[in-house]
Design a protein around this ligand. Structure first.
Ligand SMILES: NC(=O)c1ccc[n+]([C@@H]2O[C@H](COP(=O)([O-])OP(=O)(O)OC[C@H]3O[C@@H](n4cnc5c(N)ncnc54)[C@H](O)[C@@H]3O)[C@@H](O)[C@H]2O)c1
Ligand SMILES: [Zn+2]
Length: 379
């Protein structure tokens, strides 16, 4: 394939792609720097690398049932080969697991198993175990190291990178959390083979988001390969994961604590959150809501004069080819307005709304909900 290059000043290109070779992406954050290692079918050696990197005597391996059954044995063999004593903690599947009660149970298990300041946590699974396990690691004994082994597309390209960890409260998602960078992110793309296609597509929405806000060449590249990505062709999956991880890494490097640039990652998320709230987080996956939200935001970006005509159409067509929904659910304007009014990213009356400035570039603008959804707007 042609190399994906980021021509824009300041955006780092990841270089040409070399077959199925293992690849590494740096996340440069001073003394909290780490690497994302991406390979295919290497779970046991991956475990060995994680274990060597952590150098911990005891490791709590946090995972969920489906993932545990398939992947925990090989990963554990690798961790043990590095000399660690590994205890497996399996928590129930689903976002509802990211709660304070579950967190309390984790601390109990850590103490029962004799974890101390020289111990570490490894999370194996999607964003749910990554966020929960990362937050447990951030807070147990005021913080012990952890490593992420993400097994969903979403976790590989988004949630495992950047150090945001946390749990939900009954009042809302991710309301309690901490920044705690992992010591490394270790990806085995082969784990995606058991991930349902709908989940793959939902994760691909975040990958398309990364391309849309940051890298026009990557977007072009994906336009001729999105089906191959969803079919998990390794010649496409590995470079695509690498590029999307590199984009997230670059954004996080420049804005670790979300002062400005990191907000670009919220592209499509203002409307997505309102859709998820209305659906009470049931029946629609986060990536699906983001897909709809991105098309909406791209449409508003054109209407407000930020991006050239045709931008929304290109984005929408790529998302649709990925099998993602793009139509805003039919609800009255006021329902969307009131959901936006409680957006936690809100400052005063205005929302930092992410607009596209064309494919591959984005910016933020402060808008009141009623300007995002002007009178007469219909879903
Ligand atoms: N920390 C961050 O920066 C950040 C960013 C985005 C999202 N998030 C969080 O991430 C979570 C969503 O992550 P997610 O989409 O990965 O959801 P998830 O962790 O619930 O995983 C989705 C589903 O896939 C299953 N699964 C995972 N890997 C599998 C595999 N290889 N084979 C078969 N099944 C597998 C899981 O059991 C689950 O049912 C949310 O809680 C969200 O708040 C965090
Ligand atoms: Zn998201």
């Amino acid at each position: 394939m042609a190399a994906m290059t980021a021509k824009k000043a300041g955006k780092r290109a990841s270089g040409a792609v070399r077959g199925r070779k293992r690849r590494t992406v740096d996340v440069a954050l001073g003394d909290r720097s780490y690497q994302i290692e991406i390979g295919d079918d290497w779970l046991e050696p991956l475990g060995r690398r994680v274990g060597d990197r952590l150098g911990a005597e005891r490791i709590a391996l946090l995972t969920v049932p489906t993932v545990a059954r398939r992947y925990a044995p090989a990963l554990t063999r690798g961790l043990r080969a590095a000399g660690a004593r590994v205890s497996r903690i399996v928590v129930p599947d689903g976002d509802a697991t990211k709660n304070l009660r579950q967190l309390g149970e984790l601390y109990d298990r850590f103490l029962d198993q004799g974890l101390d300041r020289h111990s570490a946590v490894v999370t194996l699974g999607g964003g749910v175990v990554g966020d929960l396990g990362g937050f447990a690691a951030a807070t147990f004994l005021r913080g012990i190291p952890f490593a992420q082994v993400p097994t969903t597309v979403l976790a590989m390209v988004d949630s495992s990178i950047g150090g945001k960890t946390g749990v939900n409260l009954k009042q809302g998602k991710n309301l309690v959390g901490a920044f705690h960078q992992p010591v490394g992110v270790y990806i085995d793309a082969a784990t995606l083979r058991s991930l349902p296609r709908r989940q793959r597509a939902a994760g691909a929405a975040e990958l398309i988001k990364a391309a849309a806000i940051w890298d026009a060449d990557f977007f072009d590249w994906l336009e001729s390969r999105i089906e191959a990505f969803l079919d998990l062709d390794p010649k496409v999956v590995l470079p695509a994961l690498e590029r999307a991880c590199a984009i997230k890494a670059q954004v996080v490097e420049r804005d670790e604590r979300e002062g400005g640039l990191r907000r670009l990652l919220n592209f499509g998320h203002t409307l997505a959150h309102t859709i998820e709230t209305h659906a009470r987080y049931r029946g629609i996956l986060h990536g699906e809501a983001v897909s709809i939200g991105m098309v909406f935001a791209a449409d508003r970006s054109e209407a407000l004069g930020f991006s050239p005509k045709g931008t929304r159409e290109r984005l929408q067509s790529l998302l649709e080819r990925a099998g993602l929904p793009t139509r805003v659910p039919n609800r009255p304007r006021r329902a969307y307005l009131s959901a936006m009014a409680v957006d936690k990213k809100k400052q005063g009356e205005e929302i930092h709304f992410v607009v596209l400035e064309g494919i591959g570039a984005a910016g933020t603008t402060s808008l009141r909900p009623r300007d995002i959804l002007p009178p007469g707007w219909k879903a």
